[in-house]
Design a protein around this ligand. Structure first.
Ligand code: S3P
Ligand code: PEP
Length: 434
């Protein structure tokens, strides 16, 4: 069993691993299934901590959600937007996506709800979203607009708004789409940069009327016309990313990742890897599924630095820790431009990953709008590292540990359970000691 505290030597990646279902898509499938009329069947559902919170919350709001952990299936009996009033607060722990999307859902219910959550969420801003939802006619009360507990009184007379996107953020966009479906007039989102589009894709799949154009998204109200659907969640590309970067960097690797989600708003890492000189085999074999998916084959290769543009950033947002590691091992410097919006959303992650990489001898510069990572940085273990309870930092550090002969401890490694509880076990299936 691969143990991060005693691993004896470097490893390469061999064989095939099927990553679990996509977290972003699963959050949305639960929410649309809960809001819809009738029954929704979800296959290849992934049981991770974040998604267990979303299941619990929408069960409390009245949806009947049956889960079959063995075969990863889920059956949801929807409530046709009749959200159940609650006499207790809704606990969302530290699930950022759930908070944003739930705020949009509750905006259109005349009931009053109180939302409570963990300390980590307190640090992530929501005042921007709260102001927009208040402009639509819902009421949000808290000590500060970022804070939790947040008291929400929605309205069954929401008015659509026109929002000129000033920060590229999928969660704000998603929340407005969810509120806009139940508003009394069109909601227009004039886009700054495209971000992940799972909400728009699934909204229309469930029968909403969201008109998506390159520069504007228009949500036409369609009160309660959402109908339960069946869908298979593709493999989470952000979970495949650890194997992609690990295999590229570990000499002698060749790994196959079947049925991974290939939504163009999520696979920015593939374009970055290609800019850095990688050749990645991609066989897309989903024709009429609601979300595209296919197989990836990754072989280890020498990489060179590159410049990642602001337009690319929303499509790599969850892979930034892994891209920083990959850049440090490439030849020459890598620059990630236009990270201002990301810095607003997940500044802790950027600062914490810089701290932990420095303990491995890897220096990265984090500025308000740019990240700079020099290449050819040999991993020199100076200290044990810490995930800061961030699942993506934890998994990036696991990959870093495979690139050095010097063992080190990863404190708070259990953060991985947020998005990929089986990661360590899966990693052991494909690691071969050199
Ligand atoms: O909507 C989502 O499911 C997510 C959006 C992303 O943030 P943005 O809202 O900045 O795109 C990302 O941080 C998160 O992993 C999940
Ligand atoms: C930040 C993430 O998700 P969330 O916003 O749901 O916490 C993530 O998955 O990296």
């Amino acid at each position: 069993m691969f143990d991060f505290n005693t691993q004896p030597r470097k490893f390469s990646f061999q064989g095939e691993i099927t990553v679990p279902g996509d977290k972003s898509i699963a959050h949305r499938a639960i929410i649309f299934g809960a809001l819809a009329n009738g029954v929704t069947q979800i296959s290849n559902f992934m049981y991770a901590d974040d998604l267990a919170v979303t299941v619990r919350v929408f069960r409390e709001l009245g949806a009947k959600i049956h889960t079959e952990i063995s075969n990863k299936d889920m059956i949801i009996k929807g409530i046709n937007h009749q959200l159940k009033p609650l006499d207790h607060p809704i606990q969302i722990d530290n699930v950022g996506t759930l908070r944003s999307l739930l705020y949009g859902v509750l905006a259109s219910s005349p009931n009053q709800y109180e939302v409570i959550g963990g300390d980590y969420l307190q640090k992530r801003p929501t005042s921007h979203l709260v102001n927009l939802l208040q402009e639509m006619g819902a009421s949000y009360q808290a000590t500060t607009k970022n804070a939790l507990p947040m008291k929400i009184t929605g309205s069954n007379d929401l008015q659509g708004i026109t929002y000129h996107q000033d920060i590229s953020n999928a969660q704000i966009k998603s929340s407005l789409v969810l509120a806009g479906i139940y508003a009394n007039s069109d909601t227009r989102i004039i886009r700054k940069l495209p971000t992940r589009n799972h909400t728009e894709v699934l909204a229309n799949y469930f029968g909403a009327d969201v008109d998506v154009k390159p520069d504007i998204i228009v949500v036409h109200p369609n009160h309660g016309q959402l109908e339960g659907q069946s869908l298979t969640v593709p493999g989470d590309f952000s979970s495949a990313a650890m194997y992609i970067v690990g295999a590229l960097l570990s000499e002698g690797s060749e790994i196959t990742l079947p049925r991974v989600g290939l939504n163009t708003t999520r696979i920015g890492l593939l374009n970055v890897a290609k800019q850095m000189g990688a050749h990645i085999f991609l066989n897309q074999h989903s024709i009429n599924s609601v979300e595209p998916f296919g197989d990836l084959i990754i072989k280890s290769q020498k990489l060179h630095g590159t410049t990642i543009s602001a337009q690319q950033v929303p499509f790599i947002i969850d892979e930034i820790p892994l891209i920083a590691l990959m850049a440090s091992q490439a030849k020459g410097q890598t620059v990630i431009d236009g990270i201002h919006d990301v810095y607003l959303q997940i500044s802790d992650r950027l600062i914490n990953m810089r701290t932990e990489l420095a303990k491995l001898g890897i220096i990265m510069q984090v500025h308000e709008d740019q990240i700079v990572i020099d290449g050819d940085q040999e991993i020199k273990v100076k200290d044990d590292v810490d995930s800061h309870n961030d699942h993506r930092i934890a998994m990036m550090l696991c990959i870093a540990s495979i690139l050095t002969d010097t063992p080190f401890k990863i404190k708070n490694i259990e953060a991985i359970d947020v998005s990929y509880p089986g990661f360590i076990a899966d990693l052991n299936k494909v690691l071969v000691a050199k």
